[in-house]
Design a protein around this ligand. Structure first.
Ligand code: FAD
Length: 433
């Protein structure tokens, strides 16, 4: 008889692996989650905005017991130029009503809490163990080789949830070599400040309400760079990620980029007087739909960042990881009923993802990474034009408004060109088709 130690082995105890483990364990399926860190979350980095709905579907009202920092009541988007900031965003009392839309979190605490729920549901979490390879029987994945003595473990199915740049997916020929245009390197610092100072600076009335600021624009030298500031209870998470290709092209490292961000006149007063407590760096898969590997094969499914499931435009990653983990687990449950773990049966994982918001959203934005790769100026030239035009309008210098509008139109013609504007609008419209 074929040897199996567990029905399912999951590699990686991030949100994707933990969600898969939770669904399976709740169904009474024997599942092991193998994690290289000393505990789940110990190696994980996130900006840290966590969208509620995917996990709420698994653990209703989880936020009432999970270690969350603040629920987010305002989300802003800032475009920075050398000396200015143009802001857009939404503050809404609807975000202030339970069960809330999203929260700021720390992954080290949050993943640890989530892992405990998964362990309580009777999944086995094996920490401090590295999966070195997948074990194949013919074409079928039938287990994992770990770095422990006699560390081979066998299962019906392996769920690969080892995060971005998954060497396991690559080893199966599912994932391609990652292009430097498809991955960003992000750095993040946690800056401690008293909660009252944070409340005042970000305009919230108490320490459970939070604000997010996403930041891009010409200040970052034509790079595909995205910064962020998120309010935690007694600290700020500030960070920035940039596509590797741009970092190499401009010979700049992400740490320098973070220092540049912190020096901007709109950012400096927000972080001033704070004490840096933690510093982290990590990769983010940003290639979108076309950068995804194949998601399944005989005896194996790939979930979360390992499958490049990140919607970077909306900074959604952990929720897509949870959704994909759930769907992979459901696919296993169906396959088990058939007693068939072939790629034909597991292909319904892909179908489920296609029917969910995960791949629907990634498809919506599928051409955007390429568009920004080819037309980097879209995130610098236009914001700069808007900032300079708004300055013209706001600056009262006894020049009549009609004259100012004429000057702005002239600048649009000279600096960008009417025909180019129409072309760019057409290209953006086409990229969403
Ligand atoms: C700076 C930054 C900011 C981000 N901000 C946000 C945000 O605000 N909101 C959001 O939703 N998403 C955000 N993301 C994305 C989000 O963090 C990821 O999409 C999410 O963590 C993916 O979950 P995962 O379980 O697929 O992978 P991970 O969280 O990376 O988990 C993978 C796990 O596998 C383990 N592992 C890896 N290899 C092995 C191995 N060989 N053997 C055993 N264990 C292994 C790792 O230790 C890790 O615990 C951000 C990412 C970064 C880097």
């Amino acid at each position: 008889m074929k040897r199996t130690d567990f029905d399912v082995i999951i590699v990686g105890a991030g949100p994707a692996g933990l969600a898969a483990g939770y669904v399976l364990a709740k169904e009474g399926i024997s599942v092991a989650i193998i994690e290289r860190g000393i505990f789940p979350g110990s190696k994980n980095v996130m900006g840290g905005i966590f969208y509620r709905s995917s996990l709420d579907d698994l653990i209703p009202d989880f936020y009432k017991e999970a270690p969350i920092e603040r629920h987010i009541v305002e989300q802003k988007f800032w475009f920075l130029s050398e000396d200015s900031m143009f802001s857009t965003g939404l503050r809404s009392e609807r975000f202030n009503i339970e069960p809330y839309n999203c929260f700021s979190i720390f992954r080290a605490k949050f993943d640890k809490w989530f892992a405990k729920k998964v362990a309580d549901a009777s999944a086995m979490i094996i920490n401090e163990t590295v999966v070195k390879d997948l074990i194949l029987e013919g074409e079928k994945v039938s287990g994992v080789r770990t770095d422990r003595p006699n560390g081979d473990l066998y299962s019906d199915v392996v769920i690969v949830a080892d995060g971005v740049n998954s060497f396991l997916a690559k080893s199966l020929g599912l994932g391609k070599e990652i292009r430097t245009n498809d991955v960003a390197i992000a750095v993040k610092e946690v800056i401690e400040l008293p909660d009252k100072v944070i409340n005042d600076r970000f305009g919230v009335s108490n320490s459970s309400e939070g604000v997010t600021i996403e930041i891009t624009g010409p200040y970052f030298n034509n790079m595909r760079a995205m910064g962020f500031i998120y309010t935690n209870r007694n600290s700020l998470s500030i960070g920035i990620g940039a596509v590797i290709e741009d970092l190499v092209r401009l010979k700049i490292n992400p740490n320098d980029l973070l220092e540049i961000l912190k020096k901007h006149p709109a950012i400096k007063p927000l972080v001033s007087g704070g004490e840096a407590k933690e510093y982290m760096a990590h990769m983010i898969p940003e290639g979108g739909y076309y950068a995804m590997p194949r998601l399944y094969s005989d005896g194996v499914m790939v979930v979360g960042d390992a499958a490049m499931l990140v919607n970077s435009i909306h900074r959604e990653g952990a929720n897509l990881a949870i959704e994909s983990g759930k769907l992979a687990a459901k696919t296993y449950i169906e396959a088990r009923k058939k007693g068939d773990f072939s790629k034909k049966t597991l292909s319904s994982y892909q179908k489920k993802l296609e029917e969910s918001f995960v791949l629907k959203d990634l498809k919506t934005y599928k051409n955007l990474p390429k568009l920004l790769e080819e037309k980097r100026y879209l995130i610098s030239k236009y914001p700069k034009f808007i900032i300079d035009s708004m300055y013209e309008i706001y600056n009262v210098d006894r020049v009549p408004k009609s004259e100012k509008i004429r000057l702005i139109m002239n600048r649009a013609k000279k600096e960008i060109g009417y025909f180019n504007i129409l072309k760019d609008i057409f290209n953006i419209w086409r990229s969403f088709r």
